[in-house]
Design a protein around this ligand. Sequence first.
Ligand code: IVH
Length: 682
Amino acid sequence: MTKEEARVKIEELTKLINQHNYNYYILSNPVISDFEFDMLLKELEILEKEYPELIDVNSPTKRVGGDITKEFKQVKHKYPMLSLGNTYSENDLTDFDNRIKKIIETEYEYICELKYDGVAIGLTYINGVLASAVTRGDGTQGDDVTNNVRTIKSIPLKLIGFVFPEEIEIRGEIIMSHKSFEKLNEERIEQEDLSFANPRNAASGSLKIQDSSEVARRNLDFYPYYILGEALPFEYHYENLTKINEWGFKTSAYTEKCKDIYAVFNYITKWNKQRSNLPFDIDGIVIKLNSLRQQEELGFTAKSPRWAISYKFKAERVSTKLNSISYQVGRTGAITPVANLEPVLLAGTTVKRASLHNADQIEKLDIRIDDIVFVEKGGEIIPKIVGVDFEKRTLFSIPVKYIDKCPECNTPLIRNEGEANHYCPNENECSPQIKGKIEHFISRKAMNIDSLGEGKVEVIFDNGLINNIADIFDLTYEKLFGLEKIFINDDGKSRIIKFKEKTVNNILIGINNSKNVPFERVLYSIGIRYVGETVAKKLAFHFKNIDKIMDSSYDELLEVEEIGDKIAESIVAFFKLQKNINIIKRLKEKGIQFSIDENLLTTQSQKLIGKTFVVSGSFSSPQRRKEIEKLIEDNSGKITSSVSSKTTYIIAGDNMGPEKLKKAKDLGISIISDDDFVKLIL
Ligand code: IVH
């Protein structure tokens, strides 16, 4: 392929991928499979690797990230980024409407939008190409986070179509959905990182990550709400929002035209009720005049536009009595104080407990037993105590004395420098920690012994039959049959777990099947601090077996991709303990996989399933052709001799037949070299 041909192909692929991206993320209507999409992207990646000088800063390959931002440059906004006036009442909104009526004197209409609870961003497009993405900052200048924003799939890197202003700024909110937020926090908890308090913090933290490939994994989303520029397509906000949808932006299906302030009230009532069903957080709604001329007529105050206002939802708040504080011990030994409240109705559910986070929080709010406390449910799912009704405090109340010994095993607690939580260090003898480790070991992503669910582990543990993960493999029918325990739920109802014949058999089958779990998952299951699923995989494939990992030094561990000093230290500390070595030895004797199964590495992959290849022309050697054909077959692809509409790729050597070449071009089939093909499946 000549450089010119490569340039044309790169352009073609870019267009195609952008269109498929739009179909998927904006229209929610993909027309090709994920595999086909990945193949197109891979093809582009290969070309870019070969011709780095042809890489466009807005290439769709940037979506997966990789660019590192060492320092976020400060950039001045072309138009200052103002905020909105807030109201909390319908009266304020009526006043707002009256002010507008007085100035405008003619007909006007409102546009109501959701007030997305995320991070404001200004996206500048020059000649239809994303030129910069800047955060609000102090309103006059913000941080240039363009590299990270390029990974957000609902933000077009190039506008679709041909007609758009030379320069335009699209402002909107970058948000994180509840689903992505929960996934991220689960991962962070697993890796013992601090979790984010809410999706807004998570979105804002994500934009400031240096490595954009990590940002790509966070699944951020974008909703546009304000368009700025000299030559906008329409004189109306709503119509412009619809237009930018054609250019590749997601226009909110939640935005509505309202003919007067009463229609606005209806919109507010509707979303106040329905906001809990949205897949992301909002903290109110925004009301704007639709006509840009009328907007101009009203103008701005120093801080905010006069043509728009936000109505903020009140966080629902009730007061109730704090009866007591209990302390929970987690799998890692972290202590969480929990407030036991006099049951109270809040946002449709009865609240009996609220998290108090840590000792600092209790001290900061000066919370005491028997206080009347305020409980709020805002955007977040878990209710929280936001303050104390000091007027109702009894005369003799005393500040809470935070526990200094573990409530489960009485071991003195520790608190590491700079950490908010207290910890129980007795990890091998403190029962919630032991149970937690066993529960982690049997969990779905670990050894997946689902016949041994949480309740059952507790019964077996309470009966003194298991004290560590290796003990699981010493369980027998005789030991398990007949065990039982009655659990009393929160609502007073009871549940009995009884080990009958079928239950026991299922448990034993589950335990036995877990001997087939591959090494990388076993490594994750044994619960080394900071070794999550990904790290376990990296370690397993690097060292190939547990003995090598046990013997490796801190420095050798650091050589593995993604292993930093915190993880390396933790691995070394884990294998220093004779107790852990004994457990591994026992697990090995029971037949658990402690090395990579080499056979597994070569079993047939499904990578090329449904793909048809034609191998044509002459290659560097006859063996090379055989090698390629074997690779296709090993990866479940099909080989045919003639080119047809069913052909997915032609792998071309030198002197490919002219007829084949013409047919391939007519049918638009991609022609790739043998090297490209190899890269494609690696
Ligand atoms: S319009 C000049 N519309 O709310 C007016 N803002 O205080 C520009 N926000 O930080 C703002 N959803 O990030 C507008 N539909 C929406 C919004 C919205 C959320 C945020 C925005 C800003 C704050 C305004």
